[in-house]
Design a binder for this molecule. Structure first.
Ligand code: ARG
Length: 265
């Protein structure tokens, strides 16, 4: 797939998203790209071991399971997700905890009672973060703390991304997956994504220069985890797992105080 893809599972969000990065074009593409890899290049994961990983389904999703975005449980009643994931009407979302296969019915679900989207999103680059409030808190489920230090975004840091997103045809669809994506650093994405509006102070560049392993469409909003903390939020990339086009993640530490204020509210 080519083009900067920063929409979840629908092309409808693209217009808003195109404003997000100066010079970037939010190009809509059908999910018909030829299979390249499988979260791409990852392995099956277990929500029993990552209970804070939440599937954010939407009734407007183009995929039959409703899979749309990811999110992270950061308090019993609060999720962090991507701002570009929250453009649908509030009532169309369902948060799902503890369900490895979205074609099955296990785990717990909740509707969303409130959406907070970073007000800077779409006005300046970065800021692809949002906080959702659950109508039915996931009491007793382990939460992830926010990373608050921007020093965590260091080249070589071994972070892992989780999600139910697109495998581009080679892996099982709708199954919870994970993949290790080392931090490549702001200088690298600042270079390869110079015309796409990469924001060093607010985004994390992670993956492999040679490609092969990456997050992909539908993983947006989901967790990039480092040292047991929510380090990043899946945001965008050009294609998925292509050489020279790594994944870009919202840098949680850059927005931690605004996020924490919403989590506490
Ligand atoms: N924007 C995509 C989504 O909404 C996530 C893209 C991530 N892309 C990547 N190459 N890491 O699901």
């Amino acid at each position: 797939m080519t083009g900067k893809l920063k929409f979840a599972r629908t092309a409808l969000a693209v217009t808003a998203v195109a404003l997000a990065s100066a010079g970037a074009v939010g190009t809509a593409e059908a999910r018909t790209a030829p299979p390249t890899t499988n979260i791409v290049g990852g392995s099956l994961a277990s929500t029993a071991q990552a209970p804070w990983a939440i599937a954010l389904n939407n009734s407007n999703s183009p995929v039959p399971s409703g899979q749309y975005c990811g999110a992270t449980l950061v308090a019993a009643n609060k999720l962090v997700t991507a701002a570009h994931c929250v453009g649908q009407p509030r009532s169309t979302y369902t948060a799902i905890q503890g369900r490895d296969d979205l074609k099955s019915t296990g785990g717990r679900t909740s509707k969303i009672s409130k959406i907070w989207k970073d007000p800077q999103y779409g006005r300046v680059g970065g800021h692809d973060v949002a906080v959702l409030t659950l109508t039915t808190p996931f009491i007793g489920v382990a939460t992830l703390p926010l990373e608050t230090s921007r020093a965590a975004d260091a080249v070589g840091a071994q972070s892992t991304v989780y999600g139910w997103g697109d495998t581009e045809g080679t892996g099982p669809e709708d199954r919870f997956q994970k993949v290790l994506v080392p931090v490549l650093g702001d200088a690298y994405c600042g270079d390869v994504y110079a015309s796409d509006g990469y924001v060093a102070n607010g985004e994390i560049c992670a993956g492999y220069k040679s490609g092969g392993k990456d997050s992909c469409q539908g993983d947006s909003g989901g967790p990039l985890v480092l040292n047991g903390r929510l380090f990043g939020v899946v945001s965008w990339g050009i294609g998925c797992a292509d050489a020279g086009n790594p994944g870009v993640y919202a840098e949680v530490a850059s927005y931690a105080s605004a996020l924490q204020a919403q989590i506490n509210s």
